[in-house]
Design a protein around this ligand. Structure first.
Ligand code: ADP
Length: 458
């Protein structure tokens, strides 16, 4: 990998660059602040010395020796025209005369050839109608040396601090990003065959830990979907194999001996029955896959559930009549829900069809629709064999049947309830079953209701 592409290098570089900027700004601010403060203090001190000598000059010329010997000022020169009125010993010693140039302003600095540095202030003093020229000096070698040391300390310390920061930053970045490396290595090992593996979570409360938790949850869902898919494929193949085996054995048996026309008709009839079951199964599988892939967009609109239920009952009444069953519909008027009519009709068809299918001849089937607590409740009640409690949780799964043999005999493919549940869930509703073995079954659907048939969201 290009090192500049690595987050670690980039983090370290960013860290170093920001620290360098910060250090530079800090060093320059400290240096200039200190230098400004010292300069100001020196200026004030020089001004004070100037005032002391000026006061001495104003009193009498003799006072100047007094100022030199006992006062704090030992570097000054007083002239009157070309004449030197007073010159301190130190002035002479330091050779400060050389600092005087015609271009000098009121304040200036001068460096002696030996290296000492001076700050000077000059001005005119008028005393007893005489005009004097006063120059006061102050040594600033120590201050300059201190400032130079500070400059050196700051600028030689800068690269050292930067080097420490870069290596520290690099170490920190490596340490902080180590979990990402672990996660990437483990994620690489997770394949469709090893979906049960999970990313390591060092600390579930930090950012990487949370990321790993989110990924793990995704892997969990993926694993479930894969397993569901695997189970579904296995179940579907199994379901398809049974009618195909029956078809083949019936065909083979039919060919084994010579039969009359009625015999062949019977064989063909059995084969057609199996073909019909196969068609139903394939159709159901297609319906499920079309719904779940979202290829059939849902069209929600206001639906009068009573009207829908009556329509379903009328469609299936002929099947109930064949078995001499009573099919009764009890609907409260104007019970509305937001629904995709075609889909909801399919779910109701599946439930009512099951009730007719599993209820013995002369049994009773009742479908009710009512409003209860902002919900539309639809119940499909039959007087059939019922469903033992241990199967209630599983009968909505694909291909699950309470009594596989019996259900198949009745033409069931084991997908009706799975389709019904998927549809109801798309309507934000729930479907469940209340039943005791031998005492009939009651399938209940609860959907969110809407007050009128006027469109709300279409
Ligand atoms: P099938 O096509 O086999 O009917 P379903 O998904 O519609 O598949 O139903 C699943 C199983 O639930 C059925 O095989 C049957 O055992 C049971 N079942 C469904 N409805 C009823 C009912 N009204 N009475 C008794 N058992 C039922």
């Amino acid at each position: 990998m290009n090192p500049l592409r690595s987050v670690r290098t980039r983090l370290t570089l960013w860290y170093a660059a920001s620290l360098a900027t910060l250090l530079l700004v800090f060093s320059l601010s400290v240096y200039f602040y200190l230098r400004g403060g010292l300069q100001h203090a020196l200026d004030e001190d020089l001004q004070q010395r100037y005032t002391i000598v000026e006061n001495g000059l104003n009193s009498s010329l003799d006072q100047l020796s007094e100022v030199e010997d006992h006062g704090a000022v030992n570097l000054f020169l007083v002239t009157e025209g070309e004449n030197v009125v007073h010159q301190t010993r130190s002035w002479l010693l330091e050779g400060l005369d050389a600092s005087m140039t015609p271009a000098s302003g009121p304040r200036w600095s001068w460096s002696a050839p030996q290296g000492q540095m001076f700050h000077l202030l000059q001005g005119e003093v008028i005393s007893a109608e005489r005009k004097f020229h006063l120059v006061v000096a102050q040594e600033r070698t120590l201050v300059e040396a201190g400032l130079a040391r500070l400059r050196w300390a700051l600028f030689s310390g800068f690269p050292i601090a930067l080097a420490v920061a870069v290596s520290g930053g690099g170490w920190l970045a490596r340490r902080a990003l180590a979990p990402v490396g672990d996660m990437a290595a483990r994620a690489r090992a997770i394949t469709a065959e090893r979906l049960s593996e999970r990313l390591p979570v060092r600390d579930p409360h930090d950012e990487f830990g949370q990321l790993a938790v989110v990924f793990n949850a995704t892997f969990e869902r993926l694993q479930q979907s894969f397993e569901q898919l695997r189970r579904f494929t296995a179940d579907a193949s199994h379901e398809l194999r049974t009618p195909l085996t029956v078809l083949r054995s019936v065909g083979e048996a039919g060919l084994q001996k010579n039969r009359d026309a009625a015999g062949y008709r019977e064989v063909i009839g059995s084969m057609l029955e199996e073909t019909e079951r196969l068609t139903r199964l394939v159709e159901s599988l297609l319906t499920l896959s079309r719904y779940e892939s979202g290829r059939a967009p849902l069209k929600f609109e206001a639906a009068d559930i009573g009207v829908l239920v009556c329509d379903v009952a009328e469609c299936l009444r002929v099947l109930a009549e064949e078995k001499e069953q009573t099919l009764r519909v009890d609907c409260e008027p104007s019970v509305f829900a937001t629904a995709d009519r075609i889909l909801l009709r399919q779910a109701l068809m599946n439930l009512v069809d099951n009730a007719i299918k599993y209820t013995p001849a002369k049994g009773q089937i009742r479908v009710t629709v009512r409003h209860a607590q902002h919900q539309v409740c639809i119940e499909v009640i039959d007087t059939g064999p019922g469903i033992p409690a241990e199967h209630h949780a599983r009968i909505f799964e694909r291909f699950y049947r309470v009594d596989a043999g019996r259900a198949r005999d009745r033409g069931g493919v084991g997908l009706g309830l799975a389709i019904a549940r998927w549809i109801i869930e798309q309507h934000q509703g729930v479907v469940d079953v209340v039943s005791v073995a031998g005492q009939g079954a009651k399938f209940r659907i609860a959907l969110p209701s809407r007050s009128t048939g006027v469109p709300e969201r279409d």
